[in-house]
Write a protein that binds this ligand. Structure first.
Ligand code: UGA
Length: 445
């Protein structure tokens, strides 16, 4: 496993839990030291438990010596970051760097698997790079693409219970090797750490063998379609507000049609995180590079950016002047059950509030320390009620259960003004009004 970021760590931990021997490496020596000391650098349900048990069983190890990790593995998963460049294109320099490391260190044939999200045709370039960089050693490499579909917050559960496992390969032996790696998952012969061995009966994962280009495209096409769905729901929400309809009623009814499906139709502050925003950009860029104008995706991206503007229109309309107002921000992570704040809509909210001179009191169960490093001028509280004390308004930015289950009667007594602007449609407008709140959300009256 090269790269101990989110995907690398979850994949490594789950494959070790499923019985494989996994060696992880990363250029971040501190991260490796932390992992070796038993620490877990990210917050993710069940991850700490399976890392601990895999370590005890001797199935997972960490080394800062990348060459050592490369030599140890028959199959090498590349799990490095592919961040966006200024123009939206994916920056693949880490993949190139890793290709050189693999080619220089390997002494025996390897199956090199792209796990990182990459634009179509990266596999071709990776194969060429491996061949070019290994001219001296003459080691043979096969390349495969194995895109990851897990979601942060439910990553371990998603890994053990996937809908599909996609492998893009050049030859049958690579497909067979990957099938063997995933056999415990496909046959459900692992001990599930999420359901403690009693997994609900569900459909079995499909193992799909495709070309490498198709596999790479499947990943971008899937994420972009989901992003499109969210933006569609957000336009419907806008319409609902103007026409006088309820977006929850509309999307619920839409979602009952199995051709549409009910997921990813939640309106609000829009999508964030390190996947959708960058993948949408990269897919638009990739399409443009081969002469396809992906207008529909550009519109989805635009709609998503406008969500924050629409949120601020509501904030301004309700609070009028922001300067000097005390504002509670509930939620910093880009979604619930993670400490990840990358491209989180909440960060943009905090930034704009601070720029306008508001006093920000933020709360989040897991993402405070990361946010504090970026915005030390705000005040942070683990306890949401402390963030709400004396607040002129509460802004809900992340759908954490602790916020969903807040006692607003109690909160109302603490706040200077009973005003809630809900970016995640967590509460019933009627109930909030009954409690004496001025309450604004997305696509509902
Ligand atoms: C996403 C995909 O769902 C995964 O399948 C994929 O593997 C992953 O990206 C990746 O490429 O690594 P993730 O970024 O963890 O997973 O989060 P999602 O649950 O997809 O949510 C993304 C964003 O959309 C969040 O900000 C969430 O709040 C927002 N969202 C989601 C909505 O605004 N409305 C919805 O109805 C659903």
């Amino acid at each position: 496993m090269i790269g101990c970021g989110y995907v690398g760590l979850v994949t490594g931990a789950c494959l070790a839990e499923a019985g494989h021997e996994v060696v992880c490496t990363d250029i971040d020596r501190e991260r490796i030291a932390k992992l070796n000391a038993g620490g877990v650098p990210i917050y993710e349900h069940h991850l700490e438990g399976i890392l601990t048990s895999a370590r005890k069983a001797g199935r997972i190890s960490y080394t800062a010596d990348t060459a050592e990790a490369i030599r140890a593995g028959d199959a090498i998963f590349i799990c490095v970051g592919t961040p966006p460049k200024e123009n939206g294109e994916a920056d693949l320099s880490a993949i190139d760097h890793v290709a050189r490391q693999i080619a220089e260190a390997a002494r025996s044939p390897k199956l090199v698997i792209e796990k990182s999200t990459v634009p179509a045709r990266t596999g071709i370039q990776l194969g060429r790079a491996l061949a070019a960089y290994s001219r001296e050693t003459n080691v043979r490499f096969r390349v495969a693409s194995n895109p990851e579909f897990l979601r942060e917050g439910t990553a371990v559960e998603d890994f053990f219970h996937p809908d599909r496992i996609v492998v893009g390969v050049e030859d049958e032996s690579s497909a067979a090797e990957l099938r063997e790696i995933y056999r415990p998952i496909l046959e459900r012969s692992f001990h599930c750490p999420v359901h403690n061995g009693a997994c609900p009966a569900g459909h079995k994962a499909e193992f799909l063998v495709t070309t490498i280009n198709s596999a790479e495209l499947i990943k971008h096409a899937s994420n972009s379609f989901l992003a499109l769905k969210i933006s569609y729901a957000n336009v419907i929400a806008d319409l609902c507000e103007r026409i006088g309809a309820d977006v929850e009623e509309v999307t619920h009814a839409m979602g009952l049609d199995p051709r549409i499906g009910g997921q990813f139709l939640r309106a609000g502050l829009g999508f964030g995180g390190f996947c959708f925003p960058k993948d949408v950009q990269a897919f638009i860029h990739l399409a443009g590079a081969v002469g396809v104008d992906f207008d529909i995706l550009k519109a989805a991206d635009r709609v998503n950016k406008q969500c924050i503007d629409r949120f601020f229109e509501k904030v301004r309309k309700a609070l009028w002047v922001l300067k000097g107002k005390q504002v509670a921000v509930l939620g910093l992570a880009f979604k619930a059950n993670t400490d990840d704040i990358r491209f989180a809509p909440a960060l943009e909210v905090v930034k704009r509030l601070l720029e306008e001179g508001a006093h920000v009191h933020a709360s989040d169960p897991e993402a405070i320390s990361r946010t504090k490093a970026l915005y030390p001028q705000a005040a942070y509280h683990r306890d949401a009620y402390e963030a709400l004390r004396s607040a002129d308004a509460a802004l809900v930015c992340t759908e954490w259960d602790v916020f969903r289950n807040l006692d607003w009667e109690r909160a109302g007594k603490l706040m200077a003004r009973r005003l809630v602007i809900d970016g995640r449609n967590l509460y019933s407008p009627q109930r909030m009004r009954e409690l004496g709140f001025e309450y604004y959300s997305f696509g509902r009256e």
